[in-house]
Ligand binder design. Sequence first.
Ligand SMILES: *[C@@H]1O[C@H](CO)[C@@H](O)[C@H](O)[C@H]1NC(C)=O
Ligand SMILES: *[C@@H]1O[C@H](CO)[C@@H](O)[C@H](O)[C@H]1NC(C)=O
Ligand SMILES: *[C@@H]1O[C@H](CO)[C@@H](O)[C@H](O)[C@H]1NC(C)=O
Ligand SMILES: *[C@@H]1O[C@H](CO)[C@@H](O)[C@H](O)[C@H]1NC(C)=O
Ligand SMILES: *[C@@H]1O[C@H](CO)[C@@H](O)[C@H](O)[C@H]1NC(C)=O
Ligand SMILES: *[C@@H]1O[C@H](CO)[C@@H](O)[C@H](O)[C@H]1NC(C)=O
Ligand SMILES: *[C@@H]1O[C@H](CO)[C@@H](O)[C@H](O)[C@H]1NC(C)=O
Ligand SMILES: *[C@@H]1O[C@H](CO)[C@@H](O)[C@H](O)[C@H]1NC(C)=O
Ligand SMILES: *[C@@H]1O[C@H](CO)[C@@H](O)[C@H](O)[C@H]1NC(C)=O
Length: 401
Amino acid sequence: MHIPFWTALVGGLFSVGRAAPNTGGLSCTVTASSGDDGPAFVDAVQRCDSVTIPRETTLSIATRMDMTGLKDKNINLLGTVKFTSNMSYWINNGFPFEFQDQIAFWIVGGKNIHINGGGTIDGSGQVWYDAFATNSTLLRPILLTVYQATDISIKNITMINSPEWFNFVNEGQNVIYDGINITALSTSNNLAKNTDGWDIYRSDSVSIMNSNINNGDDCVSLKPNSTNIIASDLICNGSHGISVGSLGQYSGVYDIIENFTSTNVQMYNAQNGARIKAFAGAGVGSGIVKNISFSFFTEGNVDNPLIVNQCYMTDTTECAAHPSNVYIQDVTFSNFKGTSSGKMQSVVASLACSPDARCNNISVNDIFLEPPPQDGHATYSCQNVNVTGNTAHLFGNCVTT
Ligand SMILES: *[C@@H]1O[C@H](CO)[C@@H](O)[C@H](O)[C@H]1NC(C)=O
Ligand SMILES: *[C@@H]1O[C@H](CO)[C@@H](O)[C@H](O)[C@H]1NC(C)=O
Ligand SMILES: *[C@@H]1O[C@H](CO)[C@@H](O)[C@H](O)[C@H]1NC(C)=O
Ligand SMILES: *[C@@H]1O[C@H](CO)[C@@H](O)[C@H](O)[C@H]1NC(C)=O
Ligand SMILES: *[C@@H]1O[C@H](CO)[C@@H](O)[C@H](O)[C@H]1NC(C)=O
Ligand SMILES: *[C@@H]1O[C@H](CO)[C@@H](O)[C@H](O)[C@H]1NC(C)=O
Ligand SMILES: *[C@@H]1O[C@H](CO)[C@@H](O)[C@H](O)[C@H]1NC(C)=O
Ligand SMILES: *[C@@H]1O[C@H](CO)[C@@H](O)[C@H](O)[C@H]1NC(C)=O
Ligand SMILES: *[C@@H]1O[C@H](CO)[C@@H](O)[C@H](O)[C@H]1NC(C)=O
């Protein structure tokens, strides 16, 4: 049943009705106006327990959306939420995040919040891809940011053309993404750069599952202080892979990555498959990467199908003089198959550790990776690490110091 009163708001309409019995509370519908629908959407979510954006509706969002501090909300996104391409507005008004100097269109936070419904979030990325091609310091908004949030689910949603990262989980706990389709596609010669699928930071218990990602940077990236994370049943295309790091970048800062499982991943046309990277050199930070499992990876045309780099952005001499302060331990890679791109010639896997035993207990099992036929037999490369596991012999003797 529907209580027939409608409220006209700054830019958009929402109707208020009794909730369906199974959801409880007040349920509202937001429909499109001819102007900015952002304020009406935010207002509806603040006032109602359950908010629906109908299937035919495209909400045009011209102002930033602060949906933090919420409790017990359902957002049924059947239609589309599309951000405008007003670059000057977003550059000056996007929510700023100090970490890696980011800005965001839309922040969601609080407790027990669920977004689902099969609809679409559209970042109007093309203008940003084109502008970034001539301005590498351009601030570009993140599509959807989960910030200071507990018990969040985001399910059955398509996300297209984010200007930059698609999803940022910043200070989140118990966050689930399930059934998310991501596509960043530039229609010009300017690539959709830095369009990471997910970046996780200072967060615990985050699961990313059953999703398809077509993008131009990391498929999933674990930034500092990501614990108890799962990335499973993903198909990534065109990305930079499933990345742990970069870690240990900032002097005086300690970074923790602990308990990460990534399984059943298909990785195609990518720069990396499974990757761990940490800075070395004078004046860098420190940290620990511990209890990491990458398993059942199927790869095709990937530059580095399996890679640990503990001398990231640091030359060999410098890395020897100042090894990484990020220790990497208890890492297993198992059941990897497929082919590299040949960009690294015959090298299909590389475990490049800093000297002084800063990688420990790295195990490789059932690794069957091949370069393209013209690059001959697979080379497994390693330094400064005692590799174990049933395919450790492929790497030969890695202990060079
Ligand atoms: C873009 O946003 C600015 C405010 O930052 C506004 O003055 C301008 O009218 C907007 N442009 C369009 C095309 O909406
Ligand atoms: C996703 O949303 C669509 C459209 O609302 C719905 O038909 C479908 O059942 C949903 N799928 C899942 C897995 O919930
Ligand atoms: C690049 O974009 C930023 C806004 O993010 C702006 O401040 C800066 O002036 C631009 N640089 C150039 C060279 O246009
Ligand atoms: C995502 O793509 C898969 C495979 O094409 C499809 O089955 C699924 O319905 C899509 N999900 C959404 C939210 O559109
Ligand atoms: C996968 O990525 C490649 C290279 O980035 C691209 O050419 C291709 O169209 C993508 N495939 C799909 C199914 O989107
Ligand atoms: C990570 O957590 C540790 C322990 O709580 C803390 O000391 C450190 O500052 C955190 N690092 C970051 C980048 O938040
Ligand atoms: C390692 O992490 C997994 C989850 O990723 C967890 O189930 C397991 O208990 C952890 N092992 C240790 C020794 O902490
Ligand atoms: C990692 O998992 C183990 C086993 O479940 C747990 O005891 C430990 O607290 C977890 N580590 C972190 C940082 O949550
Ligand atoms: C090595 O790592 C594995 C997987 O994380 C763990 O189960 C095992 O206990 C570790 N071994 C040692 C000696 O720490």
